[in-house]
Design a protein around this ligand. Structure first.
Ligand code: 1PX
Length: 215
């Protein structure tokens, strides 16, 4: 019988980013968004403990969001738009410095949103990569063009060392458990537009409400 680890496919993870798009791509359902992240973290954990410092931070942010979803105002956290409206109208977001609401849904999700940009860039680089491309280079280029801009030197340094431990391209594709390298490339081509739509919509909402720099 196949083990859970063997059944785990990156395709099933990325599907969550398709199913979180609501109403003609005009909202994002947070439950599916977080399920997408949980699957990604699981994938990252399967790469080894070198990424556990990343995993811990991602898990804690997912947990903060899930607690809101499970809490008494859970219905207000059903979608991105309803969360933003609820937190802003109730003054539940620290806009200039962390104080009364240090872990608002808006600031927590913003961290995941910035990481989604890294994921989008990295997956696109993998999709168009050649067989001899170095995963660590693709990953660190994607990181430097996105998340790194928000991280202090020590985290950037730690991340750049961890990237060196990434498996080579074909091995990395194998871990995704999608099929042949060609099938992986096709799957990425199908899934990435949804990741991009989720990213673009979230970016637009945060920009409209002036939330892109939440402390
Ligand atoms: C086929 C590819 C699939 C790979 C899936 C990998 C999932 C990666 C999940 C990354 C989630 C990272 C969330 C980071 C959020 C963040 O920016 N947090 C920082 C700021 O938080 P704060 O609350 O203080 O404002 C926090 O300081 C972060 C600490 C941890 C280090 C983050 C390094 C991110 C590197 C991302 C690349 C992961 C490489 C995985 C390789 C597959």
């Amino acid at each position: 019988m196949a083990s859970t680890e063997e059944e785990f496919s990156l395709k099933e993870v990325l599907i969550h980013f398709k199913s979180c798009l609501l109403d003609d791509d005009k909202d994002v359902l947070l439950e599916h968004y977080l399920n997408g992240w949980k699957g990604l973290v699981r994938f990252m954990n399967s790469l080894g403990s070198i990424f556990s410092f990343v995993s811990k931070d991602a898990v804690s942010k997912i947990q903060i969001m899930e607690n809101y979803l499970k809490g008494e105002s859970g219905e207000r956290y059903r979608s991105l738009q309803s969360m933003i409206e609820y937190e802003l109208s109730g003054n539940l977001v620290d806009l200039t410095q962390r104080s009364g609401h240090p872990d608002s849904g808006c600031r927590t999700l913003l961290r995941l949103h910035r990481a989604l940009r890294w994921l989008q860039l990295f997956l696109e680089k993998l999709r168009i990569s050649s067989e001899d491309s170095k995963t660590s280079t693709l990953c660190s280029e994607a990181y430097n063009d996105s998340l790194a801009n928000y991280h202090p030197w020590i985290i950037r340094k730690t991340a750049s060392v961890a990237f060196l431990a990434l498996p080579v391209r074909n091995k990395f594709f194998e871990v995704m458990n999608v099929g042949t390298p060609e099938e992986v490339v096709d799957m990425l081509g199908e899934a990435l537009p949804y990741v991009s739509k989720v990213y673009d919509f979230t970016e637009e909402q945060y920009s409209q409400h002036n939330l892109l720099n939440l402390p």
